[in-house]
Design a binder for this molecule. Structure first.
Ligand code: PLP
Length: 428
């Protein structure tokens, strides 16, 4: 038994499922999760001392690689000054100004502690601002685990909310309308029916929780104009894409401006941080200036702000995003070529430093439905072969992969060599 297996067995006795967030349990790929002891640059080291090239990056935050010296030093310095004060601090102003400079649609911003808090509050704010109850989300988009957002679609383009977790009363979920990502007609149809009751459309501008599915040409622009027509608030959930797809997030990359933006992951440099921000007129509806309530004991925590600010500051390097995109291109094009040579049906998607790969005969994957129809057995076998060879991918076919600035050409070459072996095992 490996040390990771021993720890997982022990963890089951005191932690539900042995993990503090479900996807970590490897249910999506089978087998036992690896327990990580430390990480540095592009690598993570498990409890058995095995090194992995990591393409999960703590589920997105680690765009600069693990244990980045600038983030580590800023965090340690902040720790020396005290862990939390519960008062305003100057670094919160610096952080807000930095976010505004990087994401120009954000005129005011409020810091919170997670992506879930950010989206939950942005929804409340949009409802308070418009005086409307209904919200529109897309099947397969994940916006954290707040009740109103944990709603799945049934079949068909127009589905009234059905909660997809026990513990969410149907009454809470019934205001959540769910339609098809990349299908503007489904959005237009539901607006034709409920438009004057819809407070907001919330969307991942690049869907990263059903693998990686970029927006079709015109999709985000279409959402913008529908929101304008009906007086609804457009929320881009950039918890994953913010500071990742481009310095200014997906809104910069695709040139579409939302009313509100939610942020998380990269913004904390690895510490628990989220934020929501946007138009001044809407943000001034939040307490204490406005009537919509939101608060947080540890919001804007000085240690978390120091880590996040150091991360965002490092992103100023003009070469960074170009290099990340080049590395993703090398990785996914290389994988495609190897799969083609091996005769394995396979395709890939990418957006900036996010990527996804699919075991499917389709030439491209643009929808949730297609993503869920991929060959799961191929994915699982490929996953475990890569893991055995020291490459750590997300343990689920419905998660995006992330490149970091710390990945070297040699790391990508090693990853491709492992993929060649994994494809050949699939063929056998
Ligand atoms: N929104 C998106 C797009 C996400 O990917 C996630 C988490 O993966 C969240 C919201 C929730 O963020 P958190 O896990 O920090 O609560």
């Amino acid at each position: 038994m490996s040390r990771s297996e021993e720890l997982f067995a022990q963890a089951q006795h005191s932690i539900p499922g042995g993990v503090n967030s479900p996807v970590r349990a490897f249910n999506g790929v089978g087998g036992s999760p690896i327990f990580i002891e430390r990480a540095d640059g592009a690598y993570m080291y498990d409890a058995d001392g095995t090194r992995y090239i990591d393409y999960v990056g703590s589920w997105g935050p680690m765009i600069l690689g693990h244990n980045h010296p600038a983030i580590r030093n800023a965090t340690l310095k902040a720790v020396e000054r005290g862990l939390s004060f519960g008062t305003p601090t100057e670094i919160e102003i610096t952080m807000a100004e930095k976010i505004k400079a990087m994401v120009p649609s954000i005129e005011k911003v409020r810091m919170v502690n997670s992506g879930t808090e950010a989206t939950m509050t942005a929804i409340r704010l949009a409802r308070g601002y418009t005086g409307r109850d209904k919200i529109l989300k897309f099947e397969g988009c994940y916006h954290g685990h707040a009740d109103a957002l944990l709603v799945k679609a049934g079949s068909g383009a127009l589905t009234l909310g059905v909660p997809n977790s026990p513990g969410i009363p149907e009454d809470f979920a019934k205001h959540t309308l769910t339609v098809t990502f990349n299908d503007l007609d489904s959005v237009r149809d539901i607006f034709a029916q409920f438009g004057d009751q819809i407070a907001t459309i919330i969307v991942e501008p690049v869907a990263g929780n059903m693998n990686c599915i970029p927006p079709a040409a015109g999709f985000l622009e279409g959402l913008r104009s529908i929101c304008d027509d009906y007086g609804s608030v457009l929320i881009f959930d950039e918890v994953m894409t913010g500071f990742r797809v481009a310095r200014g997030g997906a809104q910069e990359h695709y040139g579409v401006t939302p009313d509100l933006t939610t942020l998380g992951k990269v913004i904390g440099g690895g510490m628990p941080v989220g934020a929501f921000g946007g138009k001044r007129e809407i943000m001034d509806f939040i307490a204490p200036v406005g009537p919509v309530y939101q608060a947080g004991t540890l919001s804007g925590n000085p240690v978390a702000m120091a880590a996040g600010l150091a991360a965002l500051t490092e992103l100023a390097d003009p070469e960074l995003y170009r290099n990340l995109t080049a590395k993703v291109t090398k990785l996914v094009d290389g994988m495609q070529q190897l799969a083609d040579t091996a005769g394995i049906p396979f395709t890939t998607n990418r957006a900036g430093s996010m990527f996804g790969f699919f075991f499917t005969g389709a030439s491209e994957v643009t929808s949730y439905q297609q993503a869920t129809q991929c060959n799961m057995e191929h994915f699982k076998a490929f996953y475990h072969s890569m893991l055995r060879q020291g490459v750590y991918l997300a343990p689920s076919a419905f998660e995006a992969g992330f490149m970091s600035a710390a990945h070297s050409d040699a790391d990508i070459d090693a990853t491709l060599a492992a993929a060649e072996q994994a494809f050949s095992e699939l063929k056998a």
